[in-house]
Design a protein around this ligand. Structure first.
Ligand SMILES: [Cu+2]
Length: 657
């Protein structure tokens, strides 16, 4: 959205006027950021205005005081009657406190998942689900956002009830709609709907976490006129062979794990609430291993954590979830409670304008949180490590770079291993993308401290080079992610040099039998000079965009087992990470409108489920649609996703009506 970039500028102007002291404090760290800039080889002249957030000044958060938490594996649940060839879990989402900030600062109330009968497993981010090729994983997902009396817990963050959202207060008639208000309402404070999506899963429709298949906690005090489930909950419960086990406040999903070994993650996907439900904490890795598409330790660095592992133990394969957050001085999470935060537009909202009163078109946190801790450090031995990076930010594109310029060897993306390792000096990651990477610290001197830098912008990304096309993130805060401290290695490193490593055979998709055009569009307010929403859609016969809403009839209906190329025309002025559920696609090429095609990036040669669609370009991806049913495709800037930048699509013959 072009206007959102303008919004970022006006936010900074506002900040300069209102919080001069903060600016001075940020400028006081000149020495630090000059040093970082020289390390990163950038000569960016502009002074950074710290991006606004809550009442906690991020420059007051001590960096590299706490070690990285390495999430152990999620314990399985023993339950009579579960077949032995199925990994069974009962996983709840609950509210608890966690020390995200350094120990001299308050703890933070968060939500996250854990094994329901193992209270010590509740952690943000959630423990990692370890899955085996061709061995199904069955999960009873429990919405347990209840207090000690069994009453529902309200949201930690401001819920805008004026979007097209789950809308439990609308009852069964008004759920999953955009409600009508006579005047601007306050935030929704009722029970919180949730539904889990396995991002990267090759799931059946009933287990995919459809945005309208949400459910409330089974709380004692749900108002009687509320809908307790989304429009598709009963439909999918009836379709699921496990539907009899879907008790109130739960859904039982099964993942058959027949795809290639890969780095997936699980998170909430509720209609119009994903940005808030994910920001509050619930998300975890899901690592599928073994089968012909995998390589194991010692060829690759390992081991990874297991069930019961020490979160500060010695591991050479480590999942790393990077997220931006903002905090208040009491330790609580900050997320904007008014549109005014975004671009100063203070209304009128309803009924006098088309601007939502609380929703922000994007949100950028001012503090980097890695595996649930602000700016942690990790001691690394002089040897090779495998890091599985996840950009878990709501809307921030990351450009990761080591402060000593050491390279990353990328070996995998969302859909598993690349055809061959790729050496990179930077990792560009849009929200929800994963990068499976080997970093070789073997020849780095003991005592060296390396900072993982972020050169992506503190505002929407439109492509280009840091320092030339855009100002990189504030080097004193969001420009730093975590620190590596190099220590001696007590043992031999048996892993293979990534420069000579052969990855599992990659079998590309066959020829496409159909090509379709889809579009990314933005909608500017008719009242206010700012964005209202972004929309997906199609193209008309003349190549002009046709914007469509979540509720418009399905336009993408691939035949079962067909291979299609989707040409995504981005008519907006920002890059959007586009995620198609159920499939892993190949990036075919990109083409500026009216220009020449260019091949995928060197690290895009494998299977992916999320791709950056740049402004003014056609991004082509090819996928095999091999599982019938109702799924979604959407932008993974979750603020966009929550406000209409998501569309249902159907594989195979659509049921009548
Ligand atoms: Cu978007």
């Amino acid at each position: 959205m072009p206007t959102s970039r303008r919004g970022a500028i006006s936010r900074r102007a506002l900040l300069k006027g209102m919080a001069a002291g903060t600016i001075v404090a940020a400028m006081g760290s000149t020495g630090l950021y000059r040093g970082l800039l020289s390390l990163s080889g950038l000569g960016v002249p502009s002074a950074w205005a710290q991006i606004p957030g809550g009442s906690l000044d991020p420059t007051l958060i001590t960096k590299y005081q706490m070690p990285l938490v390495i999430p152990p594996a999620m314990p399985k649940t023993l339950r009579r009657g579960i077949p032995r060839n199925i990994d069974y879990y009962e996983i709840a989402v609950r509210q608890f406190q966690q020390q995200i900030l350094p120990s001299d600062m308050p703890a933070t109330t968060v939500w996250s998942y854990g094994s329901a009968n193992h209270p010590a497993t509740f952690n943000y981010p959630a423990f990692t689900i370890e899955a085996d090729f061709r061995k199904p994983t069955r999960v009873k997902w429990i919405n347990d956002l209840r207090d000690g009396d069994g009453n529902f817990l309200p949201h930690l963050l401001p819920v805008d009830p004026t979007l097209h959202w789950a809308n439990p207060p609308g009852g069964t008639e008004g759920r999953d709609m955009r409600p009508t208000f006579a005047s601007t309402p306050g935030p929704y404070t009722g029970p919180v709907p949730m539904v889990v999506h396995l991002h990267g899963g090759h799931s059946t429709q009933e287990s995919d976490g459809y945005a309208e298949a949400w459910y409330l906690p089974n709380a004692a005090n749900i108002p009687s006129d509320f809908a307790t489930t989304g429009s598709f909950y009963d439909t999918f419960r009836a379709l699921s062979p496990l539907g009899a086990d879907w008790e109130p406040g739960t859904a039982v999903f099964e993942y058959d794990n027949v795809q290639r070994a890969s780095t997936a993650w699980y998170h909430d996907h509720t209609l119009g609430m994903t940005r808030l439900n994910v920001y509050a904490g619930p998300a975890g890795f899901y690592l599928l291993r073994r089968g012909p598409g995998d390589l194991v330790s010692p060829v690759l660095p390992g081991p990874a954590p297991k069930v019961g592992s020490d979160p500060f133990g010695t591991f050479y394969e480590i999942p790393i979830a990077i997220q931006d957050r903002s905090f208040n001085a009491d330790g609580s999470l900050f997320y904007p409670d008014t549109r005014e935060f975004f671009d100063g537009f203070a209304g009128p909202y309803i009924p006098d304008s088309d601007v939502s009163p609380i929703w922000n078109p994007e949100f950028f946190g001012n503090t980097m949180v890695v595996n649930g801790r602000s700016w942690p450090f990790l001691e690394v031995e002089q040897r090779r490590y495998r890091f599985r990076f996840l950009n878990g930010c709501n809307g921030r594109f990351l450009i990761l770079k080591m402060s000593n310029d050491m390279p990353f060897w990328q070996i995998g993306t969302e859909g598993g291993f690349l055809p061959a390792p790729v050496q990179l000096s930077q990792l560009l990651m849009s929200p929800a993308e994963r990068a499976d990477v080997i970093v070789d610290f073997t020849n780095v001197d003991v005592g060296t401290e390396i900072i993982l830098l972020n050169l992506g912008p503190d505002e929407p990304f439109g492509g280009g080079t840091p320092g030339i096309d855009f100002t990189p993130a504030d080097p004193g805060t969001t420009g730093q992610v975590m620190q590596f401290r190099v220590i001696a290695s007590p043992g031999r490193d048996l892993s293979r040099d990534p420069g000579t490593l052969t990855l599992p055979a990659f079998n590309p998709l066959g020829a496409a039998t159909n090509t379709r055009q889809v579009s990314l569009n933005e909608v500017v307010s008719t009242i206010h000079d700012g964005p209202v929403e972004a929309l997906l859609g199609t193209l008309d016969g003349d190549g002009n965009p046709v914007s469509l809403l979540w509720d418009d009839p399905i336009t993408e209906n691939p035949a079962l087992n067909s291979t299609e190329v989707w040409e995504m025309y981005n008519f907006t002025e920002d890059a959007h990470p586009i995620h198609i559920h159920e499939v892993q696609f190949q990036v075919v090429d990109r083409q500026p409108f009216g220009g020449l095609t260019r091949p995928p990036e060197s690290w895009e040669g494998g299977f992916k489920d999320t791709v950056i669609a740049y402004p003014g370009e056609i991004t082509r991806v090819k996928a095999l649609f091999d599982r019938a049913g109702l799924f979604v495709w959407h932008c993974h800037i979750v603020e966009h996703e929550d406000n209409e930048m998501m569309r249902p699509y159907f594989i195979g013959p659509m049921p009548a009506g």
